[in-house]
Design a binder for this molecule. Structure first.
Ligand SMILES: Nc1ncnc2c1ncn2[C@@H]1O[C@H](COP(=O)(O)O)[C@@H](O)[C@H]1OP(=O)(O)O
Ligand SMILES: [Mg+2]
Length: 344
């Protein structure tokens, strides 16, 4: 890729292109019908997680060999050769033409850590798959053999399972000197119509001091709406939600998708008072959200550090908001005993 753009801008442009290819891999694995699930160190992983990560890591390290790339997947190294169309050397033209912030002009590859979550929202991906796997006759048989289930209820169940796939994202976060400065969130199952044709997938990027692209953020909702986990709740998570005094709580999967909720005006605060998220879950979301004027920290209001030697778990939870004012509102509402319980 011949471009004279500064390194961070080139790396962001490459990440936009590779995230979209990884998203296609995620969809292709689902269409084949065999997810190849196995238990990883912390959670379930699938063939889609592994393949998408191989595509991202191989593509970026071929072009930026000294950048430290840390991915979520910890499965056995695959012996099989990478398909040649998984190695992406293209770079997004719009991003390449961005003005690089002055403080990032002289960043070198050695200063950068890239955090990759090839498939954020694994629970939602596997639950979405469960429904898609049934052939239409199987689905109707399920309805017919359950006469107590109304058609309306069954259709809404079907809809909600399909809907889970929208929660899945591919995350590539770029950090410099511990701080997320740029990031990409790709949503493989987002649907748009273009000239009567269905287009799958959208990609949003953020760059410090420049802003976000690939999408136009919407203003926050008038009332206080909180977004939180739908698959990893516990009493501490629920306690933190209670104290927010919100008009509505929206439970969705994935850290990337929750940041979409914030940027689309569907929620204004993201609260997760638990330790399950890792650096690869929050690096890209933090970069994109802060480029849009928001803020992502732990539950105590402290920023996480994203250096290569930092521990992977975000032990003290996640608290994010569309602006500083709502962020400090949320930090103030978290009771000290909850902060203490998470800091232990
Ligand atoms: N207890 C947990 N165990 C494993 N992963 C978790 C846990 N809690 C959160 N995560 C990761 O953080 C993301 C956001 O959390 P949630 O969806 O619960 O809000 C999840 O999609 C999951 O990432 P992943 O799906 O990539 O494994
Ligand atoms: Mg994740």
């Amino acid at each position: 890729m011949a471009s004279s753009a500064p390194l961070v801008v080139r790396l962001l442009a490459s990440s936009v292109s590779v995230a979209s290819r990884a998203g296609k891999i995620v969809r292709d694995v689902m269409s084949k019908g065999e997810l190849g699930m196995f238990q990883g160190k912390d959670d379930y992983q699938t063939e889609a997680d592994r393949s998408a990560q191989r595509c991202i890591v191989a593509s970026l390290s071929a072009q930026y060999p000294k950048v430290n790339i840390i991915g979520e997947e910890d499965g056995p190294e695959s012996e099989s050769e990478l398909p040649s169309d998984w190695i992406i050397s293209e770079a997004d033209k719009e991003v390449l033409s961005l003005e690089c912030p002055v403080n990032l002009h002289s960043v070198k590859e050695e200063d950068i850590v890239v955090w990759v979550d090839p498939l954020d929202g694994t629970s939602e991906y596997t639950q979405g798959a469960l429904m898609l796997k049934r052939d239409p006759w199987e689905r109707w048989k399920m309805y017919l053999t359950h006469p107590l289930i109304s058609i309306k209820w069954y259709l809404s169940l079907l809809q909600s399972h399909y809907g889970f796939l929208e929660h899945v994202t591919v995350l590539i976060g770029i950090s410099v000197n511990d701080k997320p400065v740029a990031g990409v969130i790709h949503q493989p199952y987002y649907k748009t119509m273009l000239g009567g044709e269905k287009i799958l997938g959208r990609t949003i990027w953020g760059l410090q001091e420049v802003g976000v692209g690939g999408f136009t953020p919407a203003p926050p909702p008038d009332s206080l709406i909180i977004t939180t986990t739908r698959s990893h709740s516990n009493p501490l998570v629920e306690k933190a939600l209670q104290v927010m005094n919100a008009g509505q709580i929206v439970r969705v999967g994935g850290a990337g998708y929750k940041v979409f909720q914030l940027l689309e005006g569907k929620a204004s605060i993201y609260v997760f008072a638990s330790s399950g998220c890792k650096k690869w879950d929050t690096c890209a979301p933090e970069a994109v959200l802060s480029a849009a004027g928001g803020k992502l920290t732990d539950i105590l209001g402290n920023y996480y550090k994203y250096g290569g030697s930092e521990s992977r778990p975000n032990k003290t939870g996640v608290l994010a908001a569309v602006n500083d004012e709502l962020h400090s509102y949320a930090v103030k509402r978290i009771p000290q005993e909850l902060k203490d319980a998470l800091s232990k």
